[in-house]
Design a protein around this ligand. Structure first.
Ligand code: SF4
Length: 252
């Protein structure tokens, strides 16, 4: 059974064919570009710094990203001990899997915090958080609230001059996320069904390949397109051209 994590779910909303490749053709993904590498590193740095807003937590980062059940059982074990703060806690509901950046359990009710290296909450962050909320709620936990945590400035410019509490914003998105729960249920079920098909869905290349993130499988889909076809899709969009150059789909 293929498991769907939050990043897989968001990929599937962008393009179901991308999700199919992500689960079945993972080794054929495009090489990371330098800007992606930098972005992932910065994201990880922000996550670690944000943990200091909730001192004394237990780090439950899974030993392997594929030990879904074992990791979820470890989280359940700690949450049964009483009030506790957890970092990178895992949750499993059927084939849906969530790892939450920070979880604070108080009197049996959870406060969830998803850390993003952004300056404002964007649609893809809400989608991602709504999926996390759905999985954790369906796994049987009581959720008090869910927030996106993000820094107010670039961390490269941060030298410890202001307290961490002032460096980060915690934006409560509980009501928005609750409103989306039935959509998440329908979409995740559709994705589970789609993944059991013997072949990927037929989807042509287009603008969806760039938003909200550049797809990791553009070489498969765009690699055999003619220059004429590519130019007809990207028109004069320099950002899209830069993505295709970075992936060496367009010649330098
Ligand atoms: S390149 Fe485009 S069409 Fe192909 S899987 Fe990615 S998003 Fe879908």
């Amino acid at each position: 059974m293929a498991h769907i994590s939050k990043s897989a779910f968001v990929r599937g909303i962008q393009c179901t064919k991308q999700l199919y490749y992500y689960k079945n053709n993972y080794n054929q993904r495009d090489a990371l570009t330098e800007s992606q590498r930098v972005s992932f590193k910065r994201g990880a740095d922000v996550g670690i710094l944000a943990q200091q807003l909730f001192l004394g937590g237990k780090d439950l980062t899974p030993a392997s990203p594929w030990q879904y059940k074992q990791s979820a059982n470890i989280t359940r074990h700690y949450l049964q001990q009483g009030d506790i703060t957890l970092y990178e806690a895992s949750f499993l509901y059927d084939s849906l899997y969530a790892i939450m950046d920070i979880v604070v359990s108080t009197d049996g009710s959870l406060s969830l915090y998803e850390v993003k290296n952004t300056r404002s909450v964007k649609e893809q962050h809400l989608l991602d958080a709504a999926f996390q909320y759905y999985v954790i709620n369906q796994a049987g936990y009581t959720i008090n609230n869910i927030s996106i945590v993000y820094p107010t400035q670039n961390l490269e410019d941060y030298n410890g001059d202001i307290p961490l509490a002032d460096l980060f914003v915690m934006e409560d998105i509980t009501n928005i996320v609750i409103e989306r729960q039935s959509d998440i249920e329908k979409s995740s079920q559709y994705q589970v069904d789609m993944l059991s098909a013997p072949a990927p869905p037929v989807i042509k290349i287009g603008n969806q390949c760039f938003k909200p993130y550049a797809c990791d499988f553009m070489k498969i889909c765009w690699g055999n397109s003619t220059l004429e076809n590519i130019n007809a899709i990207i028109l004069d969009d320099e950002d899209k051209r830069a993505v295709l150059l970075g992936k060496q789909i367009l010649p330098a």
